[in-house]
Design a protein around this ligand. Structure first.
Ligand code: GPU
Length: 807
């Protein structure tokens, strides 16, 4: 590359520029003539890392010297998304970085595009963990995130004429400038009689506008050094190496199932692996600060992100008793004073229960401890509830029957001081249904903490034009105190402001239109209504109901009805083994193929399936959404968080009374939300009388026509069998009550069409959505966890590092 003429650079940009040049030589070992775009990305990242290291080192020093009470967040998933831009925004260096790139003849955009995304999660649960890490740092709370450093994250999705195809995600293939390996912090874990070593890899998590940088510590599996020395010496070199490979497969790949537990041996191994390493690491920290093990619960609060880390209850008991010599009763008080558990679903297929045989093979000591916990628990119950064996059976940690199982949710509830759901409705249903018996035993153990999302990534990073408009209109405080968005309310009727608002929205939609063109080849009209459903593909989320609605729209347009132009955008991954979800994708793709080339549509309907939905893609999509589809069967979506991201960016929701939709509607106002569908209570009543979809369908000519059209092979090149499993399911059992809600969904969609035609009113409603969404900041969620569950207080970090900052 020809050496560029340096553009004028601000001082910090100058420092970045110099650090980039230095890293090209000292880290990438290249001259400018050989440097690839990826080299430059690495250099920029390392230059940014140099700057944030001061915060990171100072934070660790502060926490260590002050012996602070610390929250630890244990999660099998952290769906982080790219770090570079987020770190630039947290450090207030985005402009400077752009200038430094320009001075090298590069653009910041091309650097950002180079970053592979650490997709160490499936969907909402993993993304929530990532938002929470960032909020904990921003609130200056001493915290550590603990998880697994999967070598392969969530699979990459490509879309072909036959729907979804999967390929691997080798996100580490070109190295990772954001992590630091800590070989000195490695721990042995005994699984199935074999020892595996977990090695710590640390990633800094910067707080926004503060000096705090917390740590996300992910464990990578390694075979021990003296691995299988016996067989090695016996000359069986290959066997020894094979065992090594086997141990190291532990952290190889993230299971791509979302809300489905398959009872796989490797999965249980992954769980004990990261949980044991994390707890051993906490004991190491305790020891290094001279704190006795009996004070464990004063030093640490441990939050279990769903039941994936629930084995922590037994493992903490084992470490206290077997390794640290604590008696049972003391160990049990410490354990239950330490641990708390968040439940994220009511879906029965997601509830983890491990077969006793597998458990016994892999974790015999932990199973023994679970039996002892259960025996003591059932003994107290027998005294409190005499003559109620069925109650005891329902509450037991062990599910009886031909295949006895350990119920991980029960282990988590019994071993925790607090159990929370993730939205008001979800937490109520937990107490009324899944944990009704437990709520009788311990009514005070259950609480709600409604989810939130970080406004840094989901507004400041994802939507710079909106952020700039907000800064201008209401000041910059919103980014740390999202409630400040309230100040927008009076502007919702200000014509000048609405015009600027419209401008911001158009920019986002044009940007998404360009991405759609690039990723699918389809041209869409940025002035059409962008109707978006992006999330994992699941029958309970009812992408097939949205698809039916699109077919109906297609039929109505073909029949000459006048409807405002819409672009209907879908995105999301289906678990590779979930046939029905994959068939739903296939249907959407088939619809898109026909509808997008039908001249009768005359630009009034486009259907898009955006491949490989990810955090990166989400950052482009959320700001451009006009209509947010949140249409799950009431009672089934624990919370949802995409709903919050869209509303925060000014989308209007069409939704059921499910999860956090209810709270969003309460806050934005029912005039600014398109509600439809049965409530959870109504569905429960319908179920009691025996549900059948046919009576609903028989009275609905349009729905029938849509189903017949799909069945005729119209969207499958004449193949009448392809979608049969999907249609037959809808017309026979319809487990997710699509037919019961379809008519009302159509009514609400018609309301959307009319509202869209009044552009001024739509803009006002859009502003009010953003203005009233401040509650859904993950800062607010984390503040609640810190105050009500963890009792962890902020510890401000001052610059104290002896290491000079590069600037
Ligand atoms: N969720 Br359990 C997942 O994304 N994956 C899971 O395995 C389980 C739950 C989601 C819920 O479906 C969603 O409603 C919620 O907003 C999210 O967890 C975070 O709480």
């Amino acid at each position: 590359m020809a050496s560029p003429t340096p553009a004028p650079c601000p001082p910090k940009g100058q420092a970045l520029l110099e650090a980039m040049r230095r890293h090209l030589f000292s880290s990438q070992a290249k001259s400018a003539s050989l440097a690839t775009i990826h080299d430059h990305y690495v250099c920029l990242s390392l230059a940014v890392r140099d700057i944030l290291l001061t915060s990171w080192v100072d934070t660790a020093d502060t926490y260590t010297s002050q012996h602070v009470r610390t929250a630890t967040y244990m999660s099998a998933e952290f769906l982080l998304g790219p770090h570079l831009e987020n770190n630039l925004v947290s450090l207030g260096l985005r402009e400077e970085a752009a200038a430094a790139c320009e001075a090298l003849g590069l653009t910041l955009e091309e650097m950002l595009a180079e970053e592979p995304e650490p997709g160490l999660g499936n969907g909402g649960l993993g993304r929530l963990a990532a938002c929470f890490q960032e909020s904990m740092a921003t609130l200056e709370l001493p915290a550590i995130g603990y998880g697994i450093r999967y070598e392969f994250g969530i699979f990459r999705q490509q879309i072909g004429p036959n729907g979804q195809m999967e390929s691997t995600d080798p996100w580490l293939a070109r190295g990772n400038p954001w992590e630091v390996i800590r070989p000195e912090w490695s721990y042995p874990v005994l699984i199935g009689g074999q020892t595996v070593i977990g090695v710590a890899y640390d990633t800094p998590i910067l707080g926004y506008g503060v000096h705090t940088a917390n740590t996300l510590r992910l464990w990578s599996a390694q075979a021990p050094d003296a691995f299988d020395f016996a067989s090695f010496n016996a000359g069986d070199y290959t066997r020894a190496v094979l065992h090594k490979v086997q141990s190291e497969t532990l952290s190889k790949v993230l299971y791509p199932n979302d809300e489905l537990e398959q009872g796989k041996r490797l999965r249980l191994s992954q769980q004990i692996f990261f949980v044991s390493c994390s707890l051993q690491d906490m004991f190491r920290i305790l020891g290094s600060q001279g704190i006795p093990v009996t004070e464990f619960h004063r030093k640490f609060a441990v939050q279990l992100n769903d039941t994936h880390p629930a084995i922590a209850v037994a493992e903490l008991m084992r470490l206290l008793i077997d390794v640290h010599g604590v008696d049972w009763d003391t160990a049990w008080s410490i354990t239950t004073a330490t641990i708390s558990y968040t439940n994220h679903t009511l879906l029965p297929e997601a509830l983890e229960a491990w077969g006793l045989e597998l458990f016994q093979q892999l974790l015999p000591r932990q199973l023994q401890i679970i039996f002892e916990i259960n025996a003591r628990f059932l003994r107290t119950l027998r005294i409190r509830f005499p003559g109620q064996p069925e109650l005891l059976e329902r509450l037991s940690l062990i599910e009886e029957g031909p295949h006895r199982k350990v119920r991980m949710a029960h282990l988590a509830v019994v071993g925790s001081h607090t159990v929370n759901g993730v939205a008001e409705l979800h937490s109520r249903l937990l107490k009324e249904n899944l944990f009704a018996d437990f709520a009788r035993v311990w009514p005070d153990r259950f609480t709600n903490i409604t989810n939130g999302v970080t406004p840094r990534r989901w507004l400041a990073v994802a939507n710079p034009p909106l952020a700039a408009l907000l800064n201008d209109a209401i000041g910059t405080d919103w980014c740390r105190h999202l409630d400040q968005l309230r100040k927008l309310e009076p502007l919702a009727t200000d014509a000048g402001f609405l015009e600027r608002w419209q401008g911001v929205r158009e920019q986002a939609k044009e940007r998404l239109a360009a991405t759609i063109r690039q990723d699918t080849g389809v041209l869409v009209d940025p002035s059409s209504l962008f109707d978006v459903q992006v999330k994992r593909i699941h029958e309970y989320k009812r992408q097939h109901m949205a698809a039916l609605q699109v077919v109906e729209r297609y039929l109505r347009l073909r029949a000459g009805e006048d409807l405002p132009p819409r672009t209907v955008i879908f995105g999301g991954k289906a678990a590779p083994g979930y046939a029905m979800a994959k068939l739903i994708i296939r249907l959407i793709v088939g619809m898109a193929e026909i509808i997008n080339i039908d001249p009768a549509m005359d630009g009034r309907l486009r259907v898009i399936f955006l491949p490989n939905f990810s955090v990166k893609l989400g950052q482009k999509i959320y700001p451009a959404v006009d209509l947010s589809e949140q249409i799950s069967t009431a009672g089934m979506e624990a919370s949802g968080t995409g709903n919050m991201k869209m509303s925060l960016n000014g989308a209007l929701t069409i939704g059921t009374l499910d999860g956090a939709n209810i709270e969003i509607r309460e806050r934005v106002g029912d005039d600014n939300f398109f509600l439809f569908g049965h409530t959870a209570e109504q569905l429960a009543a319908i179920n009691r009388n025996g549900y059948h979809p046919m009576p609903w369908l028989e009275n609905d000519a349009l729905a029938k026509e849509a189903i017949d059209l799909i069945g005729s092979g119209h969207f499958s090149e004449g193949d009448r069998d392809l979608f049969h499993p999907l249609l037959a399911n809808l017309c026979s059992s319809d487990p997710f009550r699509v037919m019961a809600d379809l008519g009302d969904y159509r009514r609400a969609q018609n309301e959307v069409d009319s509202a869209w035609c009044d552009a001024g009113r739509w803009s006002m409603m859009s502003v009010l959505n953003t203005a009233r969404c401040g509650f859904f900041s993950s800062d607010r969620s984390i503040q609640e966890y810190a105050d009500r569950i963890w009792k962890v207080a902020p510890v401000p970090v001052n610059a104290c590092s002896v290491i000079p900052s590069p600037s």
